[in-house]
Design a binder for this molecule. Structure first.
Ligand SMILES: [Cu+2]
Length: 323
């Protein structure tokens, strides 16, 4: 009997060792690619923004150890009960019920664990909502089934970003179904505010390496932000089931130097950058101080750039056939 148990124990130990080896081996083998998913990888996509770093820390250093310990603890309890208190090992069961100290412990400990998680969780949530003063704004609109990007500060009117067809993706050696015909371009090290909305149904704007995902809801503008600290190309997807071509509306964000960004804006027919929000605030303050008794029209004239985008709203562009 004893030898059979030893055999089982050896088998179990072997399975655990093999599973552990496969788990960590796969992770070690796959060198994570930046800005896109890595085949065979099991961890989170690496990020290039402070928020993404915080989110990865929260997952890897807080949540993963806690869930691992709890799972192993529950497994140990189950094994203990199965081995120690089965009918053969424990033919005459105890008849008592209720144990007040034990019940207090198993109520309090989970509460304390949740409070501990909440401290880090709310800190992260606050960081997401606490956007620094943005350096530029991009409006991303989800359509069935492509994205439209508009840069109101730079007077770049909305352009369409479709999925790059397979032959072109292969020719350019870029990932098919992630690469787009027209990427969204942003400068490196700048706080980018993304205004997200939907034109027809609910989509979601998600770029894993920036750690952002925001619903694109028709008739509503949601806001998120990121500050990429590395030049590169970063891919994302629509993350809300939005129809038959939901899987074919990728997001491609190119993070470039400020000079390259300015050149890109010029190539898109954009004008000189409009005043930054802080400059607009200063202008509004100056106007408010100078025109305490003047008509509101004078204040409007003081900030034409703020009024202009609303006045030049254009109809939604029509998507060329992508496939
Ligand atoms: Cu969508």
């Amino acid at each position: 009997m004893k030898s059979r148990f030893q055999g089982l124990r050896a088998l179990a130990a072997g399975i655990v060792a093999a599973a552990t080896g496969a788990f960590w081996g796969a992770g070690a083998l796959a060198e994570d690619m930046m800005g896109q998913p890595t085949p065979g990888a099991i961890d989170l996509q690496p990020g290039v923004t402070p928020l993404r770093a915080d989110a990865i820390f929260f997952h890897n250093a807080i949540l993963l150890p806690i869930i691992t310990i709890i799972t192993l603890f529950v497994l140990a309890l189950l094994v203990w009960v199965i081995v120690r208190y089965n009918k053969r090992a424990n033919p005459v069961p105890a008849r008592w019920s209720h144990n007040t100290p034990l019940e207090v412990v198993w109520t309090l400990v989970p509460v304390l664990i949740l409070v501990f998680i909440a401290i880090f969780s709310f800190k992260l949530l606050y960081a997401y909502h606490d956007m620094p003063k943005p350096d530029l704004t991009v409006k991303a609109t989800g359509y069935q089934w492509y994205w439209g990007y508009e840069y109101p500060d730079q007077n770049v009117s909305e352009f369409v970003s479709n999925m790059l067809p397979e032959d072109e993706a292969r020719a350019k050696n870029v990932p098919f179904r992630l690469a787009a015909t027209e990427p969204m371009v942003v400068p490196v090290g700048k706080t980018v505010r993304v205004l997200v909305t939907g034109a027809d149904v609910i989509h979601a704007f998600a770029v894993p390496s920036f750690g952002i995902i925001t619903d694109a809801v028709p008739g509503r503008v949601n806001e998120t932000w990121f500050k990429a600290d590395r030049v590169g190309t970063y891919y994302g997807n629509c993350r809300e089931l939005c129809g038959v071509d939901h899987a074919f509306m990728p997001i491609e964000v190119r993070v470039v130097s400020q000079a390259d960004f300015d050149a890109w804006v010029a190539s898109k027919g954009g004008g000189a950058p409009a005043p930054t929000p802080s400059a607009l605030d200063a202008a509004a303050d100056a106007a408010g101080a100078a025109n305490t008794e003047a008509a509101p029209a004078a204040a409007d004239a003081a900030q034409p750039a703020a009024a202009e985008p609303a006045a030049t709203t254009q109809p939604a562009p029509v998507a060329p056939a992508a496939k």
